[in-house]
Structures are given as C-alpha cells and as structure tokens.
Design a protein around this ligand. Structure first.
Ligand SMILES: [Cu+2]
Length: 127
C-alpha cells in the first residue's frame, strides 16, 4: 500500500514536468515568430518632377531599415544615386523603383539624380 502510494506520488511530478515542457514549447514557438516588417522597416516616398526631388530634405531615425519608393514623374529617365548611401539606380521615365537602405548611422547623406545634377539634389539627415 505504501509502495503504491509512493508510485502515485512519483507520477504526479512527472506529469507536471510534461505540462511545463508543453507550455515552454508554446512560449518558444510564440517568440520565434518573425517580427512584422512594419516594426523594423520604415517606408518613405520621394518623387522626381521637373528634375527635382520632392521632398529633397528628409529626416530619418537612426537604426531603422528604410524602404524608399521613388516615383519618377518626368517623362525622361533619371539615375537616382547616393555615394554616401551606396546605391545607384536608373529609373525610366514615368516609372517607380524601390531602394532599400540598411539601418542608418547618425549623419547627413547626400543623394542626387545623376542625369540632372544641377537641379536634382537632396539629402537625408539621420538622427
Ligand atoms: Cu551613377
């Protein structure tokens, strides 16, 4: 009788361990869900019209990935470029392009339209 009771007593903690492991599994599964894009990437829009950027001056937070949607509203192509940020992309007339930036460090970054350097100038301040 004592032996049986001991057997039951031992079985109880074992089932507790099982329940705990199941609960832990749920927690781990929940935490491994990748974060939504919106939380770690911000999206901005820049348009090109009459060979000028709008906006031409942007303030962005440091440490966030940035997706830039560029709309070239001019009928002619433009090369959207930044040596500071390390990208260049030719955008045909009346079309769009996407540029993705790595998380920015604090600083000022110049960008320009290489085909119209006299007017197509802009900069990003990250802070
Ligand atoms: Cu270029």
């Amino acid at each position: 009788m004592n032996f049986r009771l001991a057997g039951r007593t031992a079985a109880f903690p074992r089932s507790l361990v099982f329940v705990s492991a199941a609960a832990l599994g749920l927690v781990v599964a929940y935490q491994s869900v990748p974060p939504a894009n919106a939380s770690d990437e911000m999206e901005i829009e820049i348009s090109i019209k009459d060979h000028k950027f709008e906006p031409s001056a942007l303030k962005l937070p440091v440490g966030k990935r940035v997706k830039i949607s560029v709309k070239n509203l001019d009928p002619s192509a433009e090369e959207f470029e930044s040596k500071d940020l390390g990208f260049e992309k030719v955008i045909a007339g009346n079309s769009d392009a996407i540029i993705r930036l790595k998380p920015l460090e604090a600083g000022t970054y110049i960008f320009y339209g290489e085909y119209h350097m006299d007017t197509a100038l802009g900069h990003i301040v990250a802070e």
